[in-house]
Each structure stands twice: as structure tokens, then as C-alpha cells.
Design a protein around this ligand. Sequence first.
Ligand code: PLP
Length: 385
Amino acid sequence: MRKEFLSYNPPSIGDEERSEVMDTLRTPWVTTGPKTKAFEAALQDYLQAPSVVALNSCTAGLHVALVALGVGPGDEVIVPAMTFCATANVVEHVGAKPVLVDVCPDTLTISPEAVAAAITPRTKVILPVHYAGHPVQMDELDALAERHGIAILEDAAHAISTRYKGQLVGSRKNLAAFSFYATKNLTTVEGGCLTGEPALVEKSRIIGHHGMNRDAWKRFDRSGSWYYEVVLPGFKYNMTDMQAAIGLVQLKRLERFQKRRREVVARYEAGFKDLAALELPVERDWAHSSWHLYVLRLRAGALRIDRNAFIDGLKERNIGTSVHYLPVHMHPFYRDKYGYKPADCPVAADAYERMLSLPLHAELTDADVDDVIQAVRELVQSNLA
Ligand SMILES: *Cc1c(COP(=O)(O)O)cnc(C)c1O
């Protein structure tokens, strides 16, 4: 058994990130300034995005996107049940109603059939999530959005480097929000960005910066002027140069991170594929996943222990795991406000009971991965029903 506890997703921050942060602290610009501009340009280049605004979180990006799209009271936004709470919380922030729908059994991404069934005359936005880094079925969602005249806003928190039919998530005209939180594939500690067509992104930038119609940082250099006007009561969601300094280094390292993630996933796949008690994550043939998460499911009835006992067993063997996610419709706030039952999104509710996320990050060695495989195999083989 392994001696040291293996945590499931620590950030990969090295000397280069640390020295960029120190370098930033020696310049007059510590908050939004030239490094944030450079990071936006680098992201735009990497994502092949029409335009980019860097923000202090993905949640902020989703929030300003909904404001920019004019979503408010009386409107409905379709959100998958299998996601992090922020995807639905932002809909509440603008006074609209999140309509929670079920996910596909294999990828756990939003079900286009469930979206079609949930559309009403009040639907303003479909808010799909590229869950675990696997792309959603964009063609089907596009067809629905076009037929009903509704917008798409992508929650791309897991999806840096994800491709749908060869196209990078973030390269489309509609708004997409990425996260650079500490656990994500690329981190700025806290941070995020919004991509999309320039008019919508610039509107979002203003909404995320007090509603001021000029970049604040330009006011303080020689090219700028002291003058600005507030065009709406905006929010304070700007990224800082301290964060962007880390992001610039992380973006250079991203391809190596992603290569290592795919190697780890291949090793897990080879280590588990003969175990009938496990349902392994899939990558459909039209998909290129960023592999943000490696989500295993225990097959119903195959083991004498449940998911919680399985997690405890791994912890005893010094393997850290997590669960992504308790479905949104089962959180007390959403359950009580809208009267949801678990069975309203049966695929998400069932997956939740059986799922756990194994360690997946760029710092894992082959020996670490083999420790995880050995611990999982022992637990399965000693607990067969
Ligand atoms: C992490 C995450 C978010 C929120 O990202 P922040 O940058 O922490 O605001 C939103 N949606 C999903 C699916 C996430 O995993």
C-alpha cells in the first residue's frame, strides 16, 4: 500500500510561475494591466477565439454573459442537473429561472432530447456544460437554439483544449466561460475568461468592470485619459496581472499537461477494462476530451459495498478522490424552491449514487497511477457481490 496520501487534483505550479508573480510585484501594474492584456491575447491565439475578456472567475463570466444577453426576471435558462452549483446560481443572480434537465447516460453531458422537451416561450438561453472535459452535442443544441431563437452560453469550466468534431471549445461566436480555479486544467489560482464575438465580449467586459466605458488601466498611462462614464451599474470582476502572470506560464505548459492527462487516462483504462463491476468514462468518436475529470461509476448490484464505502476504502489506502457532482436539483435550495424530486433527472440522480472521481492531474507518476489501479482492483475483487 502507498505510504503518502495521494491528493486527487493539486495544481501544477512551478518556479516559472513563482518568478513571474515576483516580477509582476516589481512593476507598477499589479492589478489589471499589460499582463492581463497579454494573457487575453495568448488565450485568443490558443483557443482560436473571436475575442476574449479575462475575469476573476468562471462564475463571473457566466454572470456577466447572462446580463449581456439581457436575461432577467420571467426568463428561463436550461441547465444540466449534473454540474457545479455555479452554473445554476448565476441564473438566480439575474432573477431568471434555471430549468434543470437530465444528462446522457454515457457522457453525463446535457441531453439534447431533454433540452428539446424543456423549451418554452420563456426560454432565453441554453447553458450546456462540457462535463469532465467531454464536449456536449453542439449540432443538436445549435439546431434547437436556431429553431426557437434562443442563445447558447457554454460553461467551459472543464473544457480548455476540448474539441467538438475538431473545433476547439471557445472558438465559436456564442459566449463561453472558462475557469482557471486552482483545480482546473490550467490555473491562475482564481480566474476565468469569456470568449465569443467581439461585440458581446466587449459588452461583457464593461459589465464586469463597474459598467465603465473605458479600460481603467488605460486611464493611468500616458495614452489614456482620466475620463470615463458609467453606462450601467456593473460588477467588479476584472482579472489581475498577478493572476495573468501565472496564466501566461500555465498556457505555455498546457500541451504538456494535456499529454500527461491522456497518458494517465490510458493507463487507468488498461488497468480497469477487465473489471465488469466498473463503468469507465467514455470519449465519443467525434469528441476530444480535455480529461478534466476521470469519473468512475460502480455498476449497480455488482459490489457488496456502496460508493461511499468505496471512497472510504480508497482513503484507507491513501488514495484521495472526490464526487462531481451532487446534482443541482438535489441541493436543498433548488429542491425546495422548485419542488424537484431526484427522479426528475433520473440519469443524473443514478450516476451520482455510483460515481467517484479518481486522481487526475499532470504531476501523477506512473507509480502513482499504478497505486490507484491496485487499490481500486483490490477493493473491487474483495467486495464482489
Ligand atoms: C469550477 C466550475 C465553475 C466555477 O468556476 P470558478 O472559476 O470557480 O468560478 C463553473 N462551472 C463548472 C462546471 C465548474 O466546474
